[in-house]
Design a protein around this ligand. Structure first.
Ligand code: FEO
Length: 170
């Protein structure tokens, strides 16, 4: 693998861990508001982000690229409201999507078809990631206007389960 591609995948591994850190911090913030269902939803998201990191980690190893783990940036620890937190999350996912698109562009430029093929999974995943957060932002906006709305949403979010993905790429 080209060394620039290896560096870029390593940066994305770090960014996925950073994403998990952000959502874990957000989860703690929501728990501090006693919105335990919201917090639970984000804890599942933390697991998803860790799985994304490991999927890239294992891919790099399979391609004999050296995995280098860097320090993870400190996430924010408070937000103005649950809506503010999820708007932040939605914006964060748009950044992730842009980063994945840039990686694909690099793989195509280098005619690195294996990396391109691997990244296609992430392209599809980002459609779902953005959609999930966009929906929640809209739901929270509506809940803010209706009495009991937060309670119902919190109950719904407490039901989220983690669906494991194939992080070994086998
Ligand atoms: Fe790993 Fe939420 O993107």
């Amino acid at each position: 693998m080209d060394s620039k591609m290896v560096d870029a995948i390593n940066e994305q591994i770090n960014f996925e861990f950073y994403s998990s850190y952000i959502y874990l911090s957000m989860s703690a913030y929501l728990k501090s508001l006693n919105l335990n269902g919201f917090a639970h939803w984000l804890e599942i998201q933390v697991q998803e982000e860790l799985a994304h990191a490991m999927k890239l980690f294992n891919f790099l190893e399979d391609r004999n690229g050296k995995v280098i783990l860097e320090a993870i940036e400190k996430p924010k620890s408070t937000w103005n409201s649950p809506l503010d937190a999820f708007q932040d999350a939605y914006e964060h996912e748009k950044i992730v999507t842009a980063r994945i698109n840039n990686l694909v562009d690099m793989a195509l430029t280098q005619k690195d078809h294996a990396t391109n093929a691997h990244l296609q999974w992430f392209i599809s995943e980002q459609v779902e990631e953005e959609s999930n957060f966009c929906t929640i932002v809209q739901q929270i906006s509506l809940a803010e206007k209706s009495p009991g709305g937060f309670f119902l949403l919190d109950k719904e979010f407490s039901q989220r389960v983690f669906t494991p993905i194939d992080t070994n790429n086998k």
